[in-house]
Design a protein around this ligand. Sequence first.
Ligand SMILES: [Zn+2]
Length: 478
Amino acid sequence: MNIIIVLFITGASYYHVPLEGFKDRIIYFLHLCALQATVAGFLYVLSLFKWPFRIIFPILFLAYSGFSFWAYSQDISITPSLIQGVLETKPDIAIDLITVPYFVFYVMAVAALIFILKWHSNLDRQRGLKIMIVPALALMVMFYLMERRQYGIFKFRLPYNVAVAVEEYFEKPNLELNMNPKGIVSSSDSIKAVFVLGETLRADHLHLNGYFRNTTPFLSKRDDVISYPDLFTSKTITATSVPQMLTDQNLEDTIRPFTSLYTVANIGGFKTTWIGNQTMETSYLPIAETNDDLILVDKYRSVFSFDKELDGVMLKPMDSLLKLSNKQLITLHMIGSHWWYENRYEDKHRFFKPVIDSKYIPSLSEEQIINSYDNTIVYLDEFLHNIITRLESESVPSFMIYASDHGELLGEGGKWLHAQEDDALKNPGYILWFSESFRINYPQKVRALEVLHDQPISMDLLYPTMLDLLDIEVNTPQ
Ligand SMILES: [Zn+2]
């Protein structure tokens, strides 16, 4: 029964993980065994009850086989967006998804299910209760103990990730927003703004900021880009950083309700659109929803997928939108430099080698990890260059703000990635660009920001800077 469950369900979470060498494969095989052992604990206890097992198990098994087929074939991630897709999709669209391989996979799953049910009806459950109940309960407890030790060790894989995604889908966001701010005065009738919400970019790995490697070949050639090497944020994960960046919430201040940047921009007459290449988190979804429009590209693949689209796919919808209105704020939410770095750029951006070839960090060298990370910045450089080139063709004043949500640990104190506490995470990249006509129309605004470029500044500055550049004033009553 465990082998069947691995083949039809749990194995799908491991199928696309990039691994190199015998040791990495053994480690991930042991991980799969540990995860399957916890599943076996739950299933064993369920199997001791005749009718609950006969009713609950087939439903779960067939539903999970449906998810795992897409995880095997398309490397989709089980996220709240996917649950929404399943629960809210019309039947005719669902029928379109049923292909021959899907049908074959499902027939095999049904055959396996019949085999399990037959085998179950022959079991001596009384005897089972006596001999195996203690180890089974221990395995169930192991699941909770392991999760307490390392959050997400099992939870983000099949079958547990379905429960996590369903829970998140129904979760009510704990965010109070002021939807009716007063005193907003918008003076301009034509500004096109692109706000690039970056991911996991350290300021000190930008050649623009003096990094020894040329990670920014396009932007370094320009003399109209302003980069800030010394921006501070105290928020080191996306879930806390993004809401702070997009609202008037200060870094240390939590007085509610907050006002979304987009609510103010909308009242000021801007058309606002959010284009995202990241699955939405509950912490900032309500803020993103204050945009007039919300477009998610590649929405069924999260950071847990290895086939995720590159950020460049957001340029096409941006391009069409820019033609629509002269007064616009477009946000591009990148997957950026998020681990696993090799999925974040094209071959032509592989400037630095050797790169990472396995997802198992202990088997990688520091050099490999930093090379791959730096290559993601070479991709970002071209991405931002493409946005600037597009905005340069606009006759109305335009600007681009790039701000990353936090940095990344690259071996500091022997640690990697983010979501930890370290100064390396608190200095994200921040880059501005203004068109010629913007500089002519608003010389003082540009000058004030140029003066700050080598000063220590805080992420608190982003919100007022954005409103100032959109030429919006908020007059709070005294
Ligand atoms: Zn992030």
